[in-house]
Design a protein around this ligand. Structure first.
Ligand code: SUD
Ligand code: ADP
Length: 283
């Protein structure tokens, strides 16, 4: 029986600006998105009917609320397919953590089904389908490094920013993206990222300036509720990170390092308090 295995990588936001609230409640954003090499592994097999979702982590939903279910459903409806799938999600990315784990799993499923059923969809077509599942799904299909605009679906590929040392630390809380956007007061934002300057620093491979100028306007909301995020940022800077920021709507904090030894030392210290700490690299 044919079996497809797809890697689903996590993302971090090197900057995140919110420009305005749209009529439909969504927000127009400007973000620099970067994949890192922490990944879930998605295995897909065809079965006769329906969908079976399994995972190594009991916190992963196995019903229709799983984003991979939505990906399967969209493909079946579009192509009038009445075949089923078995999906195994080997989950390594922390859940509801600002790392787009669910979106990346859904992106992997769209790519996997395209292959399994020889649908011939291009990357752009997959990305267009993906936005119906979530704002971060098109980026997860594109991968690498990108500027995201619109609600996150308008993507411009940026130069490679690979092989940079990143430390991720996720406190034991789950943050709802909808809650954070809803509680953001646009008038209260005092510091915004200079996204285009950041892109120039990235093009010059000036990692120090990138790290020092990163801004995520959603920190205002999430840190107010969970001050531990600020403490972890401080720990990373004290541990030698060039800069540290919350990813997405949080609560994951990442630090950029230019020195693997300092990163490993901070990792060891943070692991005494937190169970989810990962040393990764940008892709
Ligand atoms: C904040 C970010 C940054 O990359 O990531 P996460 O923290 O979720 O990883 C994204 O903007 C999240 O994208 P994603 O998680 O795919 O969002 P969706 O599932 O489409 O939407 C969840 C909810 O967030 C709000 N939302 C999302 C995106 C956006 N541009 N404006 C919004 O207001 C909406 O209330 C929506 O109901
Ligand atoms: N495949 C999946 N993996 C993880 N969470 C999922 C998945 N499908 C649906 N979810 C749900 O989506 C929500 C957000 O999960 P996730 O994508 O990990 O976070 P974030 O949007 O912060 O990056 C969680 O509450 C979780 O229950």
């Amino acid at each position: 029986m044919k079996r497809i295995i797809v890697d689903a990588y996590a993302k971090i936001n090197l900057s995140l600006d919110v420009l305005r609230r749209r009529e439909d409640g969504y927000h127009e954003v400007e973000m620099i998105m970067q994949q890192v090499d922490l990944k879930d592994i998605i295995t897909i097999k065809e079965i006769e009917k329906g969908i079976i979702i399994e995972s190594n982590k009991k916190e992963v939903p196995t019903d229709s609320s799983n984003l991979v279910y939505k990906a399967w459903d969209i493909i079946c409806k579009k192509f009038n397919i009445d075949r089923g799938v078995y999906i195994n999600i080997n989950k390594n990315i922390p859940i509801a953590a600002g790392l787009a784990g669910g979106s990346s799993d859904a992106a992997a499923l769209l790519k996997g089904l395209n292959k399994l059923w020889n649908l011939g969809l291009t990357k752009n077509e997959l990305m267009e389908l993906g936005v119906n599942i979530g704002a971060d799904v098109p980026f997860c299909i594109m991968g690498g490094t990108a500027l995201a605009q619109g609600i996150g679906e308008k993507l411009t590929r940026l130069n490679n920013f690979s092989n940079i040392y990143i430390l991720l630390a996720t406190p034991d809380i789950q943050v709802s993206t909808a809650y954070v956007y809803k509680n953001l007061n646009l008038k209260e934002i005092s510091v915004r990222p200079d996204t285009h300057k950041l892109i120039e620093y990235m093009e010059d491979n000036d990692i120090d300036s990138v790290a020092k100028k990163m801004v995520n306007v959603l920190e205002n909301v999430t840190i107010k509720k969970y001050p531990i995020i600020q403490e972890i940022k401080k720990d990373m800077i004290n541990g030698g990170a060039l800069g540290s920021l919350m990813s997405g709507s949080g609560p994951t904090v990442f630090g950029i390092y230019n020195n693997e030894k300092l990163l490993k030392e901070t990792e060891r210290k943070l692991k005494k308090r937190l169970s989810k700490v990962y040393s990764v690299k940008t892709i």
